[in-house]
Design a protein. Structure first.
Length: 207
């Protein structure tokens, strides 16, 4: 995408990639938005950290808004890690017809195991985990237990709908794109076994 943007440009450009951390539900008359504080964005270069000048430009753009900026040095790696965590939720959501209240604790455990397999694949491909330390949740029993509890609570409440299932329901093309991109990564390491991932992926209806 970066190459395409630069090729289409008539003048030199700096291309940065950002991901806004929000979720929500859109209806015909309103939008319910879920975010922390005044909102936040993870932003960086495709494979590089932002320069001080670039950071300052962004700080000036959002000055006085309370909007938080989190800088990353490898947004492609960050996106793969995002997909590694999100896609098991997507597969489970589609399996239950976008109603995660039908899931149980075994499903949440399977979902976490699938995400761990995906993080392992990413590391095997020589891609560093972003944000740094994210994979530590799978190596610490207390952290993993806390994460499972949070995910189960979300799945059984309105939070799960706001943060996951409504987006799955209304952004099937986006979810399929993430799935396709991750499957291409898997093809580079076909020897890497991902049984929990495959179980969840195969249990959902076809795209």
């Amino acid at each position: 995408m970066e190459r395409e943007l630069l090729a289409l440009s008539e003048h030199p450009k700096t291309v940065l990639f950002g991901f806004q951390g929000t979720a929500g539900v859109r209806s015909a008359k309103s939008v319910t938005c879920l975010h922390v504080g005044s909102g936040s964005m993870t932003v960086g270069g495709l494979h590089r950290a932002l320069t001080e000048s670039e950071q300052n430009t962004l700080f000036r753009a959002f000055k006085g808004t309370g909007y938080k900026l989190q800088f990353e040095d490898d947004m492609e790696g960050w996106l793969y890690c995002h997909a590694a965590f999100i896609l098991p939720i997507v597969y489970l959501s589609y399996h239950y017809g976008c109603d995660l209240r039908k899931s149980d604790r075994k499903d949440i455990t399977s979902m976490m195991k699938a995400a761990e397999e995906a993080y392992s694949l990413i590391e095997s491909c020589g891609i560093e985990i972003r944000p740094k330390g994210d994979a530590d949740y799978f190596k610490s029993k207390p952290k993993l237990a806390a994460l499972k509890a949070i995910m189960y609570i979300m799945s059984q409440t309105k939070l799960g709908e706001l943060a996951a299932t409504d987006h799955c329901r209304n952004a099937v093309t986006e979810m399929e794109w993430l799935d396709t991109a991750f499957e291409l990564l898997r093809q580079s390491h076909p020897e890497q076994m991902m049984p929990e991932w495959d179980k969840l992926r195969n249990a959902m209806p076809s795209w």
